[in-house]
Design a protein around this ligand. Structure first.
Ligand SMILES: [Mg+2]
Length: 282
């Protein structure tokens, strides 16, 4: 199939619009018109065959969903509302038929749930599937949730159960992230495991954290080990001032220890989550 025909197919699938996206697919660039009282946040994420998924194990629809869910989870972590995404996809010619349509259907269905436009991207050939998804979200000026605001005495929360199996489609916590803008002092999403991601939040904030194992909410069928180090949960971890009330799950407190240290029941917790440049998942 020709590139023009493929693009036309994607364009038809991507017909939904977001009001801020003045011009989407079909021109040299997308045109986006933000409002002056708005900050835009951007993120980009790779999803690579045999690194993040296997073609034989997942449907094209599920892979398209996951490709966008990863970036949407970062938008959620900033407390932002999705505006548009751009998708660059490289794949083998034999996949440009049903597989490609399925991929975009899965991706666009998730984008639609959040009123997000697919505003452009690129297509190329490669031996293995490589998807690079860029997402833009909006947040009221100065209100983006950062990793750097946690202070000693703050309480640590997570938005849901951890240790979710890879095969379930993650639902990005967009609504939760937006609700946290009023209460959170710091936030991030759990994409590489609570132990590693909380360490990253602590490093940015210059603080330590202490978790209580009995308080960690564990996904049905998972172990505490998996809940702490599993990754791919796409829940949010956030902190609030001690007196703030939230409906989420309290898992620990922020301390004054060496920045980046995370303790579990008083003992140092190794950061065993997913490090992209280590060979194996621990
Ligand atoms: Mg993140």
């Amino acid at each position: 199939m020709s590139e023009a025909a493929i693009l036309e197919r994607i364009r038809k699938l991507a017909e939904t619009r977001n009001a801020a996206v003045v011009r989407g697919i079909g021109d040299d660039c997308a045109v986006v018109r933000p409002n002056l009282n708005t900050d835009l946040v951007f993120t980009t994420d790779f999803l690579i065959e045999d690194r993040h998924f296997r073609l034989a194990e997942q449907s094209a629809v599920a892979i398209g969903h996951r490709a966008l869910a990863r970036s949407l989870s970062d938008l959620a972590a900033m407390g932002s509302q999705p505006v548009f995404c751009m998708v660059s996809l490289a794949l083998a010619p034999r996949l440009t038929g049903r597989w490609l349509s399925g991929f975009y259907r899965g991706l666009i269905r998730l984008a639609d749930e959040f009123g997000m436009a697919l505003a452009g991207g690129d297509l190329s050939q490669a031996e293995k599937v490589v998807a690079d998804v860029m997402c833009c979200g909006k947040v009221p000026r100065g209100k983006a949730l950062l990793r750097s605001g946690a202070r000693p005495g703050d309480v640590v929360y997570v938005t849901g159960k951890l240790g979710r199996p890879w095969t379930l489609r993650p639902v990005p916590r967009i609504a939760e992230g937006i609700s946290l803008r009023r209460v959170a002092t710091a936030a991030m999403d759990i994409s590489d495991g609570l132990s590693l991601d909380l360490r990253r939040l602590c490093l940015e904030s210059g603080v330590s954290a202490e978790l209580e194992s009995a308080a960690i909410p564990i996904f049905r069928g998972a172990t505490l080990e998996r809940a702490l180090h599993g990754g791919e949960d796409y829940e949010l971890v956030f902190t609030t001032r001690p007196r703030t009330r939230t409906r989420f799950i309290r898992v620990g407190v922020i301390g004054r220890g060496r920045p980046g240290t995370v303790l579990l029941d008083g003992k140092p917790l190794r950061a065993g989550g997913f490090d992209h440049f280590r060979e194996t998942r621990s």
